[in-house]
Design a protein around this ligand. Structure first.
Ligand SMILES: [Zn+2]
Length: 411
């Protein structure tokens, strides 16, 4: 029997608005707090949670950046003859993404999404490493580096495996008393919310399933750990997309040429521009200022949000739409989806959740990067208990799942 298992369960997109009127886990983790999210997608939120730092510090923000000199995608230019619509194209892109990920040895999540092959060689992909591993950040350490440094044996989910598989893998490690820290990652709710929106009855069904799984986990820990410090949290919520906005059509009407005058990445809720001449900067800025669906974010605001990059690595101009507006078609998708995140962190459905079975949530835990503080404090407490008990640690052991791949990935 071991003394304590710190158990951190990350449910992607389980936002404050999703659960605030739902009895989700109130019996097992009754203390709840609404957390401010990080501006960006999971590609920004997850690294912020894992490192305790903001995107401008760790430099994991949006996936695609304008960088033709370093683009690994040059070979794909010749695929521009492919049909521009249809499910076969999406199927083909998924296959191609998997092939490229292996060929370029990308370790994180990778998808070509809907970037036209004609323009793909203008871009680099910014998440080549897996943030769920030690050394996985673009800059600086994450919690797994800290665990390795402190030689604390831990379990972390493998995001390429199914939720059920990762649950089972953790249960095995718990029953072997092989770990002193656990980080479980479930992306299924995010995918469901994107498809059905935040009002579907299937959301409640999914929450009930998670409750069952967490109850089972808590029962399993009882035989092997005297106490379980449970923290359940999310990275953001999910807004329903009621307004579709063809921003690309507005920009394509201007007497400018993509690749010659400017470059742009159309994400689902923002557009990021790079300008190659003053005329393009003026025409595009003027056009964006006329569009009521969103606004250009000023530098002061980006700085406040921890998303100002002085080298403009992720774009010289960031245009963000209002909650509920979906840029479609975009480079993320050709067709509308029901729910989306990546709006301003002040918007209602952006807020994230933290719930715990501990007596209090510290006052300095207010935004999702603060979850790192909770993890670090728990790791330090493990070390203190081990030192007090005179436990000798030979080496850190990383225990992860190892079974056939199944497709689960967060947008
Ligand atoms: Zn998502």
């Amino acid at each position: 029997m071991k003394p304590v298992l710190p158990l951190f369960i990350f449910i992607d997109a389980c936002g404050w608005e999703i659960v605030k009127d739902d009895p989700f886990l109130t019996s097992v983790a009754p203390l709840r707090k609404r957390l401010t999210s990080v501006f960006g997608y999971s590609s920004a939120c997850v690294p912020s949670i894992l490192s305790g730092r903001w995107p401008s510090e760790h430099r994991n923000w949006c996936y695609f950046v304008y960088d033709p000199a370093n683009s690994p995608f040059r070979i794909l230019r010749h695929l521009s003859w492919l049909p521009s619509a249809g499910t076969s194209r999406r199927f083909f892109r998924r296959l191609l993404s998997r092939f490229i990920k292996a060929k370029l040895k990308f370790c994180g999540y990778f998808d070509l999404y809907n970037i036209p092959f004609k323009h793909i060689s203008l871009f680099d992909f910014s998440e080549k490493k897996n943030p769920l591993e030690p050394g996985g950040m673009n800059r600086g350490p994450n919690i797994f580096d800290f665990l390795e440094e402190k030689k604390v044996p831990y379990h972390v989910s493998n995001p390429t495996k199914s939720e059920e598989f990762n649950l089972e893998a953790l249960r095995r490690d718990i029953s072997r008393e092989a770990i002193d820290f656990a980080f479980l990652y479930w992306p299924g709710l995010d995918g469901l919310l994107h498809n059905v929106g935040n009002q579907s009855p299937s959301i409640s069904d999914k929450l009930r399933l998670y409750e069952q799984w967490i109850d089972q986990l808590m029962l399993a820990t009882r035989d092997h750990y005297a106490a379980t410090h449970l923290y359940l949290f999310s990275d953001h919520g999910m807004a329903n997309c009621d307004q579709h906005f063809n921003l690309r059509k507005q920009i394509d009407r201007l007497p400018l040429q993509m690749g010659r005058d400017y470059a742009v990445v159309y994400d689902s809720t923002m557009a990021r521009f790079w300008f190659f001449n003053q005329n393009a900067r003026t025409l595009i800025t003027d056009r964006l200022q006329e569009l009521p669906q969103g606004r250009i974010l000023p530098d002061e605001e980006l700085e406040r949000l921890g998303a100002l990059f002085p080298d403009r690595h992720f774009g010289e101009l960031i245009y963000l739409v209002k909650e509920g507006v979906l840029i479609v078609p975009s480079h993320m998708g050709e067709r509308p989806i029901r729910g989306m995140h990546g709006y301003h962190p002040d918007e209602k459905h952006s807020y994230a959740l933290l719930s715990t079975n501990q007596k209090e949530i510290p006052e300095d835990v207010n935004a999702i990067p603060d979850i790192y503080k909770l993890m670090k404090r728990e790791v330090e407490a493990v070390c203190a208990r081990q030192n007090a008990g005179g436990v000798r640690k030979e080496r850190a052991s990383k225990l992860t799942a190892t079974a056939p791949e199944s497709a689960t990935a967060a947008v």
